[in-house]
Design a protein around this ligand. Structure first.
Ligand code: AP5
Length: 213
């Protein structure tokens, strides 16, 4: 099964996608995580992507589609996939459909996570991440030791693109460019809406019920 998680910055796509993937044994594919990994490794793609990410703008479609195509090629084709942060434009959605069709697969469900801006800003301002990608929240999901990752002991960081001005740009970009995907996917009952405002466990239960897994 292939599920796409859609929703504003900070709504919980990563948090829910990681949990869903872990519970069901699916691959969790986050383009934000893939780009941040490329940045940490100092690859040409990472350095190119950085200027867009730091400004809160989208990385060009062709760069993202190539990245996802390459990543999918390394995955077991029988395994479920949950996409988080991809697709983000209609062009990316069309490209994903074509890549999947070539493998005899298709997007089965698209879950739109929803919460109001006050909640999003609070979640984003409290987010702290380990360099290897584990995400915490100082208000809602704190690490056991202040400022340190429970798993690796690494020092937690505040993402560069989580500053208020950049968050405002990301929200605008979401509304202008990504929100139209709701119309793209809202056919044949493929799109389901999930209230993302509750606690992490509550949203996970609502997501699984809506997707039917
Ligand atoms: P990306 O990393 O995808 O950022 P985003 O979509 O803006 O999403 P976020 O990571 O901010 O939020 P989330 O919804 O995953 O929330 P999370 O679970 O972390 O992309 C970053 C940049 O990369 C983009 O701006 C762009 O430049 C580029 N990019 C990426 N993909 C691209 C693409 N396809 N095309 C072009 N460019 C692309 O939760 C947030 C916080 O809230 C955490 O602290 C978490 O612990 C907490 N939290 C989550 N759920 C709850 C809850 N239910 N209750 C309480 N706290 C919660």
């Amino acid at each position: 099964m292939i599920v796409v998680l859609l929703g504003s910055p900070g709504v919980g796509k990563g948090t829910q996608g990681v949990r869903l993937g872990r519970t069901l044994g699916w691959a969790h594919v986050s383009t934000g995580d893939l780009l941040r990994a490329a940045l940490r490794q100092g690859t040409a793609l990472g350095l190119e992507a950085r200027k867009y990410m730091d400004a809160g703008e989208l990385v060009p479609d062709e760069v993202i589609v190539d990245l996802v195509r390459e990543h999918l090629a390394g995955l077991d084709p029988a395994r479920g996939v949950v996409f988080d942060g991809f697709p983000r434009t209609v062009a990316q959605a069309e490209a994903l459909d074509a890549v999947l069709a070539a493998a005899g697969r298709a997007v089965d469900r698209v879950a739109l996570l929803e919460a109001d801006d006050t909640i999003l800003f609070r979640r984003i301002s409290g987010r702290r991440s380990s360099p290897s990608g584990r995400v915490y929240n100082i208000y809602f999901d704190p690490p056991r030791r202040d400022g340190l990752c429970d798993d690796t002991g690494e020092r937690l960081i505040h993402r560069a693109d989580d500053q208020p001005d950049t968050v405002r740009t990301r929200l605008e970009v979401y509304r202008e460019t990504t929100a139209p995907l709701v119309g793209y996917y809202d056919v044949n009952g493929r799109l389901v809406r999930v209230d993302g405002a509750g606690g992490i466990d509550e949203v996970q239960a609502a997501l699984r019920a809506a997707v039917g897994v």
